[in-house]
Structures are given as C-alpha cells and as structure tokens.
Design a protein around this ligand. Structure first.
Ligand SMILES: [Zn+2]
Length: 304
C-alpha cells in the first residue's frame, strides 16, 4: 500500500493497523449512548445493503417514529474546510500542508439517495436524513457543507435531537412498526466488511502511487517476468507481489473492482494477467493477516 507525501505519513502511522479504521466508528457508537429518548427508536450499526449491484455501507442508521437518520463517520484530523462554491473539501494538517480530499458530504448525499430508494422498494415509510460526524480527536471544522448536517462527535447527539424535531410526528409509526422495519432491514443485510481506507479517510484515488510494491527497495517497480514477480529496480523476486497488490486495492478502494481499474492501479498492461489475479481464491480467504479482513465475499461484484 502506498500513497504520496502527507497522506503517506497518516497512513503509516495509523492505517497499517486496521484497527485504526474502525476507531472512528467506535467513537461514534460510544457517543450514541447519550442518545436517550422516551420516543421509540432503533439503531443499526455497520449496515451493508444493496440495491441491484450497488452495495452501500452505512456506519449508523437510526430509525425513529418521525425520520430515519444516516450517521456517517469520518476520521480526519486537521483544519477541515468545505468550499461550497466548488464542492471541494480540503484540510490543513498540523504542518500547514493542504490536501484536497473526496468530499464526504457528497457521500452522505449519495447514501441518503440510496436509503430513500431502498426504503421505497421495501415499503418502509419514513423520510430519510443524514448526519456527517467527524470523529478525529484533533479535527477542527472551519466551514460546513451547505446541504448536509455536519458536526464533530461531541455534538452528534444534540444535532440528532434537533434533526428529529424538524420532522412532524406521525401517529401510525409506533414502536411496533419500527420493529417491523428493523426486521425488514436485518433480513436483507449483507455481510459488513471494513470500510475501504480511501472512503474512511476521504483520500483521493490519485494520491495512491501506481505499480506493484517491492519490499526490498521500497519502490513500485515489480513486474511479471517468466512466471514470477521481479523488481525492475533491484532484481528481487517475489512469489506473490502481484496478489498482495490486488488485496491492497480492495483494502483501499473497496470491493468493486474491474480489470481496467486494477491494470491502472498495478501499472500492468496485460488484462489476462490481471484477470488471473482477480480470479484467485485468495480473495475469499479468511486468515490472520491484515489483508484477510478485506476478503471479497461477493465475487459477483468483480466485473470485467
Ligand atoms: Zn526492488
């Protein structure tokens, strides 16, 4: 796994330990304990749902009698800025280095759209709203996105109550109906997998260096030669450098890969070679290594 400059430090410090990826989500759940309401509610953590071939992972889904609220956590530290004119999102780290990142508010919008459609298909009659929660301890929100409610995790519960207040009560949505909705959701959950690193940290795909990594000289110059992997820079051979790189791809970007994207990421021209890498059993394997958490359990998502 590899990224450039500022992001590289971040990743090396935190992300090589997969646990860091879920730290933010845990913080969110811990804070939610303070959500105490006499009104009925249900909460689902780490929800994975699909619409057709479109899979979505949602950190938290709160069902109340008035509205369903999507909770999306982001573990990004530094000074955070939303530039609403351009829809850009960027941060300044402790050293003043500016990094443009994927705008997490856009992702929440997408998830709201997804859940609205999912609810319509499954006859869940609740309006859908969303909340973007920044969970990093050293995060400063310098500006907010226009369309998506956003806060740091300390303010989450207050903002939740405020959000729910804005929706009218509906007498037919009682505890019993919410339980029924929960059953519908639980029945259709797909297995939750660790959220891709690029998504969790809003990293732009272009930040990641292309090529296959060589452990020996720490460059990205490994290629396939005579049925084995060999580094063009230092000559070291490897049994599985290509396979490792494919797993890195899934860890970083999630589970929807195609041959073209992988060729670009691996810097490999041979589509047949990439196809072979993708058809390996290792993608469904469970194990103790860090990659195994990202194993593909839905090979159907791998399209050409
Ligand atoms: Zn090398």
């Amino acid at each position: 796994m590899k990224v450039n400059t500022a992001e590289r430090d971040l990743l090396e410090r935190e992300l090589f330990l997969v646990e860091a990826g879920i730290r933010g989500e845990r913080r969110l759940q811990k804070k939610f304990i303070e959500f105490y309401s006499s009104e009925p509610f249900e909460i689902l953590w780490n929800t994975s749902l699909t619409l057709g071939n479109w899979p979505v992972q949602i950190d938290g889904l709160l069902l109340t009698s008035k509205v369903a609220v999507i909770l999306e956590s982001k573990n990004i530290s530094g000074e955070l800025h939303f530039e609403n004119k351009t829809d850009e999102f960027f941060r300044y780290d402790a050293n003043g280095v500016k990094t443009i990142m994927d705008n997490p508010a856009v992702q929440v919008e997408k998830h709201i759209r997804f859940i609205r459609m999912w609810f319509a298909e499954n006859k869940i009659r609740l309006p859908v709203d969303g909340l973007l929660v920044f969970t990093a301890l050293k995060a400063e929100l310098c500006s907010l996105p226009k369309n998506i409610r956003t806060c740091r995790h300390h303010h989450m519960v207050e903002l939740l109550f405020k959000t729910i207040e804005e929706y009218p009560s509906s007498p037919q949505q009682n505890r019993h109906v919410l339980k029924k909705y929960m059953k519908i959701l639980e029945k259709q959950l797909t297995p939750y997998t660790q959220k891709p690193i690029a998504v969790q940290y809003s990293l732009d795909p272009r930040l990641f260096e292309q090529g296959i990594y060589c452990d020996a000289c720490q460059t990205f110059n490994v290629s396939r030669q005579r049925r084995r992997w060999q580094c063009d820079a230092c000559g070291k051979t490897s049994v599985n450098a290509g396979e490792e790189a494919v797993l890195d791809y899934f860890a970083i970007f999630g589970f929807q890969a195609n041959n073209e994207k992988l060729r670009k990421f691996l810097n490999v021209d041979d589509r047949h070679l990439v196809k072979r890498l993708l058809s390996q059993e290792i993608l469904t394997k469970d194990g103790s290594r860090r990659h195994s958490k990202y194993s593909m359990n839905k090979t159907g998502n791998l399209s050409e």
